[in-house]
Design a protein. Structure first.
Length: 298
């Protein structure tokens, strides 16, 4: 038996905390599922065509993919990809586009920097995601979208960044209405960066007091204006399960609208596959959030 070290956070020693923020320790099929998502996205793009690529900023990475539905003044679902803040590309998140387009919604996926390429700063990534959302809101009518029906989702580190955007002071920071986002979906995210800072992720993320305070969405629920779906799988790491349960509970305690979804028998990389399925756990919930059906009504 391996001797347990001194506690670092709750009852975790350093090795246990590192494992609790490393999905590879709990998802042995991780590489298979990542490769499948990339392949499925390529198939989806083959069916529906390549997206319009638009710039929301001046950096080369500050681009987003717009998959347009045929409907006028359609709602928009923006998806923030995961990748531990250090990987992922918008083109590999095309899989759900077919479902949203068939239901009468546009689907948009922004690209943003990998944290190791910006000196380990999560502040840069958060700023890019928020500027992407602001650009979409201000330009949505140009590609046939309804600015009053903008929805935002994200998974894993993208779930964290989506939660940051959901708890952004849009009036103060962007001079936009406080409620530009009409609904959110945070899947398997991290919402309190204190324990993450203590984990092995600090080897490539430059955590400091300012970052932890500013980018822990659970501390800024007073700014939350939209109903939120929070979801996780029962085969995820214990910390990801705890973070999502406690985030949902904190939203409810604040008297704001939240729905907690628990994916029984799903791990961290399996659960997002259900987003592209109108009868899957996340797909059905996303369409319900947007007031849509599989036939594109309403």
């Amino acid at each position: 038996m391996v001797e347990k070290g001194p506690p670092v956070f709750l009852d975790y020693d350093q090795a246990a905390l590192d494992a609790a923020y490393d999905q590879a320790a709990y998802a042995p099929n991780r590489e298979q599922l990542i490769k499948r998502r990339i392949a499925d996205s390529a198939i989806a793009r083959g069916h529906i065509g390549e997206p319009e690529r638009a710039a929301y900023g001046t950096a080369e990475i500050e681009r987003l993919d717009i998959y347009r539905c045929a409907r006028a003044a359609a709602p928009v679902f923006v998806f923030v990809h995961g990748g531990a803040w250090r990987g992922g590309r918008s083109k590999d998140c095309a899989g759900p586009a077919e479902m949203f387009l068939a239901a009468g919604a546009h689907y948009v996926v922004p690209d943003f920097a990998w944290v190791q390429d910006v000196g380990g700063s999560l502040m840069v990534l958060a700023d890019q995601v928020c500027r992407a959302v602001a650009w979409i809101y201000e330009n949505v009518a140009r590609f046939g979208g309804d600015p009053n029906r903008l929805y935002l989702g994200g998974q894993s580190s993208g779930g964290h960044l989506a939660a940051v955007a959901l708890t952004t002071d849009w009036q103060c920071q962007f001079r936009l209405p406080a409620d530009i986002i009409k609904g959110g979906m945070c899947v398997s995210g991290m919402y309190d960066l204190r324990p993450v800072r203590l984990s092995a992720r600090s080897r490539y993320v430059r955590f400091d007091d300012t970052t932890v305070a500013a980018l822990s969405p659970i501390r800024h629920l007073d700014r939350l204006q939209a109903p939120v779906i929070v979801a996780y799988g029962t085969c995820e790491t214990p910390e990801f399960q705890r973070q999502n349960r406690e985030f949902a509970a904190a939203i409810e305690t604040c008297g704001k609208q939240v729905r907690l979804l628990v994916g029984e028998h799903y791990n961290h990389f399996e659960l997002p596959d259900t987003l592209g399925n109108p009868y899957g756990l996340l797909g059905r919930a996303a369409l319900d959030l947007m007031g849509l059906t599989t036939g594109g009504a309403q």
